[in-house]
Design a protein around this ligand. Structure first.
Ligand SMILES: CC[C@H](O)CC(=O)C(=O)O
Ligand SMILES: [Mn+2]
Length: 333
């Protein structure tokens, strides 16, 4: 068996923010952070679900200011390092500066898959601040492989040390992840990452495809606490990776305890493939639209699935949360 060193970045305290409508408390952040640190997770992410500066009427107001949450998470770390997500236009360079001052050590600068060029100054700032700096290509299914490659090269040219393929809609099939990762591996010298969502129950299979084609950074969340059906399940990844001979430095029983004893307590509902999240994967809709869609369906008395199918047809992208309500209103009429 070939052993391979992998970095598992846990996103429970950032992607999971979508699943709890951005209502994390400081105490919740502290207990989860402590348990991730004790289990040996090298990096975990903390910020509003939509990244730094995401707290707004459009995306959902945070219950507690994310800078306070980042500070609390850093305070709990003995061996782990805190990452933050930054979507240019939602978050600013000032937000990143502040997060770095509070002790964040990694930034993932996220753009729509065709828009890496808006991130140059943010990637450069990440490097200047001495942060581990990554480019995060969201909604990766919406670009053909050659376009994805071109955008990944842009990120690398700006100084990104990792480029992520992000399956925001949980819609990519294993052969598509394989082709995309292999294409990036051929042209990039930096590391490659994969971030999956489980809307079609494929997050684990897709993650393994990505690793087999050369990805070394993979994302997960405890008990799948993330947008839509959630992410690849962190504690399950640790178990599967051990059996595959991939090394993460994370201990199995402590990470299982973090999931079942700690994260499970802060979940508002089970993370499953429901009718709604399945349609997100099927239609290629942003996982973070889940709760907004449920609210819109209730308000306008229409089927959540119809809204999602229509959003998929219109190729809605992150930042277009208002379109969810517009579509629901049109369907109601
Ligand atoms: C809205 C930002 C988004 O949650 C980032 C991410 O994790 C993804 O695109 O999957
Ligand atoms: Mn995500």
């Amino acid at each position: 068996m070939n052993s391979k060193n992998l970095y598992l970045v846990d996103v429970t305290l950032r992607d999971g923010s979508h699943a709890v409508k951005h209502a994390f408390t400081e105490e919740q952040i502290r207990v989860v952070a402590r348990s991730l640190d004790q289990a040996g997770v090298k990096f975990f992410e903390v910020s509003h679900g939509d990244g730094l500066g995401g707290s707004s009427l459009q995306y959902g107001l945070s219950f507690v200011n994310e800078m306070k949450l980042i500070e609390a998470a850093v305070d709990e770390c003995r061996q782990s390092e805190v990452s933050v997500l930054l979507i240019p236009g939602i978050g600013t360079k000032d937000h990143l500066d502040e997060a770095a001052k509070l002790g964040a050590k990694m930034v993932r600068v996220a753009t729509h898959v065709t828009e890496a060029d808006v991130a140059q100054q943010h990637i450069q700032l990440g490097r200047e601040l001495g942060l581990k700096t990554a480019g995060f290509l969201m909604m990766a299914h919406m670009a053909p492989v050659d376009k994805l490659v071109q955008q990944a090269k842009l990120f690398e040219s700006y100084g990104a040390e990792i480029v992520y393929i992000v399956d925001s809609a949980g819609t990519l099939l294993p052969h598509q992840v394989k082709d995309r990762t292999a294409a990036l591996r051929q042209v990039l010298t930096c590391d490659i990452g994969f971030h999956g969502h489980n809307n079609l129950s494929l997050a684990m299979a897709n993650t393994i495809e990505a690793i087999n084609e050369g990805a070394t950074y993979v994302d997960g969340s405890l008990r799948c606490l993330g947008a839509g059906s959630g992410n690849t399940q962190t504690e399950v990844m640790v178990a599967v990776f051990e059996r595959l001979g991939f090394l993460t430095g994370i201990d199995l029983y402590p990470i299982m305890d973090a999931a079942n004893g700690v994260a499970a307590q802060i979940m508002q509902r089970p993370q499953e493939v429901t009718g709604t999240s399945l349609i997100m994967g099927y239609s290629g809709v942003y996982s973070s639209f889940l709760l907004h869609t449920q609210d819109a369906a209730k308000r306008f008395g229409v089927d959540e699935r119809d809204i999602l199918v229509e959003l998929g047809k219109r190729q809605a992208v992150g930042g277009q949360e208002d379109l969810i309500f517009q579509v629901a209103a049109e369907l109601a009429n």
